[in-house]
Design a protein around this ligand. Structure first.
Ligand code: MLT
Length: 267
């Protein structure tokens, strides 16, 4: 495990970076940090260089001053981070949920940097007006209510039907240590994110769409439709898992990625 600290325009980013050869970048979900990828990365870093940043305002990365961090801003951070890490080659980008929203923005703006894309337990649709309003309200109240109330509200929807209690407790701990200001800014950014569904048909790179069988937030049927919009895509269901499929089933998740990489690089 190798943790680096990278500076971008005076802001510090913390980033897991290990392995060799082709580059795989993991983007975490909300309100989490790069450590959710530790188990998955351990199955992959013998054959890939695995990079997993803490996004702006999460983990050990600097907290934004801005009230809103857009998905576009996060995507730009990823591009600059690659530059600072000396990655000039095309990458495979894998985003979980909020990480998927960011990955789609990255694909829109910097498609020339992508060898492939993995969209995991995410959505291409924007929030409905009600959902966006609820998010903004949640973000505005976060400094009063604290991360405990957010974790209590989110956790019941994140795991499959028979969750591993240790993993639930680990995810809760990860949530509780996230900075309120960073979490609120990302929540407002998600409320403002555009609908990306029309973009999917323009993807020229191979894409793997992965979904936990019991994902309540981005259910398999919704994710199957994402895959159907993309010309060169495959769709994988992770049996038994919920929304946090790489956390619940890291080995199966890593196998799906390995198969995707084999098709991508060894054809
Ligand atoms: C996540 O896991 O990143 C969140 O469920 C994303 C969201 O709130 O839309």
């Amino acid at each position: 495990m190798s943790l680096k600290t990278i500076e971008i325009y005076g802001k510090m980013f913390s980033c897991h970076d290990c392995g060799t050869e082709h580059v795989l970048v993991f983007l975490h979900g909300f309100p989490l940090d790069h450590t959710i990828w530790n188990d998955t990365a351990s199955f992959l870093s013998d054959r890939m260089r695995v990079i997993a940043p803490d996004l702006r305002g999460f983990g050990k990365s600097d907290i934004p001053q801005a009230k809103v961090v857009t998905m576009e801003q996060f995507a730009e951070d990823v591009l600059l981070l690659l530059h600072q890490l000396g990655v000039a080659s095309k990458i495979v980008l894998c985003g979980l949920s909020m990480g998927g929203y960011i990955a789609m923005q990255f694909a829109k703006k910097y498609s020339e940097r992508l060898a492939g894309l993995v969209l995991c337990d995410t959505k291409s649709a924007a929030d409905t007006e009600t959902a966006a309003w609820n998010r903004r309200k949640r973000a505005d109240r976060l400094s009063d209510l604290g991360m405990t109330s957010l974790a209590d509200a989110m956790l019941p929807n994140l795991f499959g039907n028979s969750p591993d209690e240790q993993k639930v407790s680990d995810i809760r701990k990860i949530m509780l240590r996230q900075p309120l200001q960073g979490v609120a800014a990302a929540d407002r950014g998600m409320a403002a994110r555009p609908d990306m569904t029309d973009l999917l048909a323009t993807f020229e790179f191979p894409c793997l769409v992965i979904c936990g069988e019991y994902d309540k937030i981005s259910p398999p049927e919704e994710m199957r439709q994402i895959a159907q919009h993309i010309k060169n895509s495959s769709f994988e269901i992770i049996p038994g898992a919920g929304h946090l499929s790489p956390v619940e089933e890291p080995k199966i998740f890593a196998e799906a990625i390995k198969n995707f990489l084999t098709c991508l690089y060894e054809k």
